[in-house]
Design a protein around this ligand. Structure first.
Ligand SMILES: Cc1cc2nc3c(=O)[nH]c(=O)nc-3n(C[C@H](O)[C@H](O)[C@H](O)COP(=O)(O)OP(=O)(O)OC[C@H]3O[C@@H](n4cnc5c(N)ncnc54)[C@H](O)[C@@H]3O)c2cc1C
Length: 457
């Protein structure tokens, strides 16, 4: 068994109680990833009766191990930063990209961040959040899968579920005033309503990823290091483009996560064996990645696959439901944006729900405000990650409005990150139109990522 799973099991109490599920709650949250857990925390901290249903037993595997330092501002609000710090995850200083023939480095501390980004085992990270939700008095049930939501009574939607905790599955239902869909890429409500759309872009990718023991890693000092040094010599997230897409190397405490993002056309029709062979061949063929993996062993059975992952839902909020995190939208993860998007949208949606519970006459208005705010945020992410204006689902005016409201250094960090790849044209153009570009151009010392001649791996 994976060592990080052992560690989680040692100190975290059982999440799924044997008690009966309630028949009613103020809010039902579907999904216990970062979006669902943090939504449940915000609501429970305000004394709202919240029930969270998670279909899997925790800890459960999840991809998305690189966290940019923006996430701390949300974990501070959630009151969980200390627990995350105590866990001792790998602290990263920034990123290095080899994109085409250009090598660049970005260092968070140059943009005013005094706390690091992290490389986290997501099974452990997500369980810390879920357990925190429970300790804040959210009623958390794992191994209970939401099947659908009946909105026949607009003031009391009913969530139908399958309880898988016992020897045989049982069906049940719970009434609530608001539903939060945080079911990740399965997009429970968008699938139910038929509102989930594939992003139409040149950048149609799928992901293959797996884990290696004993891999070397790339440090902030631009040298490669033995895995046991990763808590002393800070790593960077390493990203590299190649002819069919891009790859990542993320150093975790006891293993390295390696992802191969590949254009859908390149891999269409391949069975599992062929995909595994493609993954391993790519790891061997790419110069820098190959050097990091020279001493490494692939963990058998660790290869995973996510097809056609760029999508969005056309409607994500209504007077009685809110879709947040990956249940609302997701794009190419090249800028490690997913978890902080989930945390942001949980904050915005729960604010709207709290106000709606105080004044239900205005609940439609709150949901409309929330919808435009969240669509703005997801549009911003798509503009950043896709880089081509052909991408649908990007409302340029909303993105420009958001650029004007973001903290300056945060926006600058994203602009600089986009300049490390070939994805920056969209974003630069929008920044010019929004009138925020000139300010950055004046600060030329930090507006560009450090250019590097070569890496010694
Ligand atoms: C290849 C790839 C690489 C990525 N890399 C990064 C990265 O480096 N950094 C980053 O920040 N993000 C990354 N992401 C994105 C990140 O993984 C997600 O954005 C993040 O996990 C979203 O959190 P969430 O809570 O919305 O969804 P999830 O983490 O997916 O959680 C959803 C939960 O809902 C549960 N669920 C689903 N259906 C039901 C149901 N019917 N009933 C009850 N429970 C249900 C699931 O079991 C799951 O636990 C990556 C994504 C991909 C695909």
């Amino acid at each position: 068994m994976d060592a990080s799973v052992n560690r989680a099991a040692l100190y975290l109490p059982e999440l799924s109680s044997s008690t009966e599920l309630p028949a009613q709650a103020d809010v039902v949250v579907i999904g216990g990833g970062p979006a669902g857990s943090s939504a449940a925390i915000y609501l429970a901290q305000s004394g709202i009766d919240v029930l969270l249903l998670e279909r899997q037993a925790f800890p459960r595997n999840q991809v998305g191990e690189s966290l940019i330092p923006h996430f701390w501002k949300f974990t501070d609000l959630l009151g969980v930063s200390e627990k995350i710090e105590r866990e001792g995850f790998v602290r990263k200083s920034g990123g290095i990209t080899v994109w085409g023939d250009r090598i660049h480095q970005i260092t968070f501390s140059r943009y005013g961040y005094d706390r690091p980004g992290l490389h986290v085992e997501r099974d452990v990270f997500d369980r810390i959040l879920l357990e925190h939700a429970q300790s804040c008095a959210a009623r958390v049930f794992t191994e209970v899968s939401a099947a659908c939501v009946d909105f026949g009574d607009a003031h009391w939607p009913t969530v139908h579920y399958t309880d898988k905790r016992g020897a045989s599955n049982t069906q049940g239902s719970v009434r609530c005033r608001y539903v939060i869909d945080a079911s990740g890429h399965s997009c429970l409500l968008a699938s139910q309503f038929g509102t989930r759309r594939q992003v139409s872009s040149e950048l149609k990718f799928l992901a293959l990823w797996g884990y290696f023991t004993n891999s070397r890693y790339l440090g902030a000092d631009r040298n490669s290091h033995a895995p046991e040094q990763c808590l002393e010599i800070r790593p960077v997230t390493f990203v590299m483009s190649y002819q069919h897409g891009w790859v990542w190397h993320i150093m975790l405490r006891e293993k390295a996560s390696v992802g191969v993002i590949v254009h859908t056309d390149r891999i269409r029709g391949m069975n599992k064996a062929a995909r595994t062979a493609f993954f391993q061949q790519t790891c061997q063929d790419l110069p820098h990645l190959q050097a990091l993996l020279q001493t490494a062993s692939f963990i058998p059975g660790s290869l995973q696959f996510r097809p056609d992952y760029s999508y969005y839902a056309t409607r994500i909020c209504a007077e009685n439901y809110y879709c947040i995190g990956d249940a609302a939208a997701f794009v190419d993860p090249v800028f490690s944006h997913g978890v902080q998007n989930a945390l942001y949208n949980a904050a915005v949606a729960t604010l709207a729900i709290k106000e709606s519970l105080k004044n239900s006459r205005l609940r439609k208005r709150y949901s409309q405000l929330c919808e435009s705010r969240m669509q703005q945020f997801y549009g911003f992410s798509r503009a950043l990650s896709l880089g081509d204006f052909g991408a649908n689902g990007v409302d340029r005016e909303l993105v420009k409005a958001m650029m004007k409201t973001l903290p300056e250094l945060e926006l600058e960090l994203l602009l600089v990150a986009s300049a490390m790849t070939n994805r920056s044209e969209n974003f630069k153009q929008l920044a010019r139109e929004a009138g925020v570009w000139d300010g950055f151009a004046e600060r030329a010392t930090i507006t560009a990522p450090d250019h590097i001649e070569s890496l010694s791996l």
